[in-house]
Design a protein around this ligand. Sequence first.
Ligand code: AGP
Length: 604
Amino acid sequence: MCGIVGYVGPKKAQEVLLEGLKRLEYRGYDSAGIVTVSSGITQLRAKGKVAELEQKITDDNTNDGVGIGHTRWATHGEPSERNAHPHHVGDVYLVHNGIIENYKELKQQLAEYEFVSDTDTEVLAALIDSLYKREDVKLENAVTQALKLVEGTYGIAALSPKEPHKVVVARKGSPLIVGVGDGETLVASDAAALIAHTDNAIYLKDGELAVCTAGNVEVMNLDEQPVSAIVEKIETNLEAIEKQGYDHFLIKEIMEQPDTLRSTLSGRVVKEQGLLRLGGLNMNEEELRAVKNIFIVACGTASYAGQLASYYIEQFCDDVTIRNEVASELRYRSFNVPENSIAIFVSQSGETADTRACLQEMKSRGVRCLGIVNAVGSTIAREVDGGVYVHAGPEISVASTKAFTSQVSALVLVGLVMAQAKGVDQELVNQYIDEFDALPDELEKTLARHEEFQAIAKKYERYDNAIYMGRDTMFPVALEGALKLKETSYIHTEGQAAGELKHGSIALVDDRFFEVAFIDEHRLFEKTMSNVIEVNARGGHVLAITNSPRDIDAETVVRVESQLQLLTPLVLNVVSQLFAYYIAVARGNDVDQPRNLAKSVTVE
Ligand code: AGP
């Protein structure tokens, strides 16, 4: 997704901006640009990576004082230099995340301007400039007046040579954070771009604007009324962002799951007392007991986390009906929300547009909304009524891995707390507590075999088609595994309920395909094996990933010794993650930033 950086202070702005843009590269983008202003003004833009932008820097560029920068993931207009931000119109330079829905109507009212790009952002820059021309209008006045005419979403940063000591930022629906440094001020769409300079941050809210000068920030609403701004600590650090010696963020994030899961569970599972503590739910026992319907709403990997958790929750909350909904579908469906419903929104970034739209809809209907979110301070996390931060740490690789494990675990904990309020047998809760207590070590044991899985992956790296299958809790694992493989290796991969194969997909089985079967010793082992045998009988190339000690008739068998009875899917899933990673590396792909993808899909 697009990234924004800005700087006002004594350092060399160009260098601060470029370093900040590099910290945002993981979000996925296709062009970049910066503008710096002090004595002179330098605007540089380039299609492609930040490295291309750096090539354009010459000694006579202005390099100090004030600047803004942007990495663009194209929405209006193809990736190109002329569509890259910052856009310059008259006395205004502007970078923008989000979508101006009424940019065409606004463009018609700005007939005096010659537009050189296809973007909605250039129209917004022209609108601001048209208002800025008036007598005694400061940049922030022009910005607030312009934003009142805008429909859509924005996170913007603007500067002007007319007032070269300030950057004006504003947000509605797209995150913007103001870093308050010592004698300097920074802005960014993601805390990763700030932490090298300060860990003091103001998380702007929708409808707020900030005037940033060196070491000073004035926050106001669009009526230019001052707003009290809380300076918070940024909950991450540089080390967490760096690769820490791994070749890719993806393998780092796969391998750190035992620790990130411990962080998710820490303070929330008290084994000795058989206690679960989720303070952020903001629901008392009576409210938890009253829940009869749960909507779990998410996209991509987060939706598969919701699906997997549902199998568990419906077991120990047997009076609850769960609807798993893909946000991009739910937002346009007509659906009824029964009495005693809650909606749970699962999102690593907390910024996914489709998920956010469903959150808005549910809130408008008065439904209690909970968030299962990783990014602290993100929009979804701020807009829900309560929830659980999964505390998996920054997830940099576009392919989500550690967040999945933490999301499933957090959701199951929410279900268990609800079950306790409903009077479930404590014995069952203790069984889950014991399994969660053992799970990080079980993951550690399995991850330690990564070279073995790398060798097995070699057998499959040349295929261009695959089917992943599983039953019951292994079905969402198959869906998630298929997504991991396809989005990193570009192998066309279908995730299937194993029982569904004979209803159509088994027609695909031939030498062009390989199949991965997730087989659980403790759930529907025989049923899944019969599906494997059906595939074998048609010349399939089955890789079985299993916790079963029994004989398994498959071309390749990866056996995971595990004491777990319930949470095995999360152990087999890390095998699937490693498998996807090693195949993607073998195929020479950009593992952390796969083509066409962005880390956070903040547009529809
Ligand atoms: C998963 O590997 C993908 N990167 C993608 O499906 C992702 O899970 C989805 O876009 C949801 O993102 P979120 O969790 O940040 O809302």
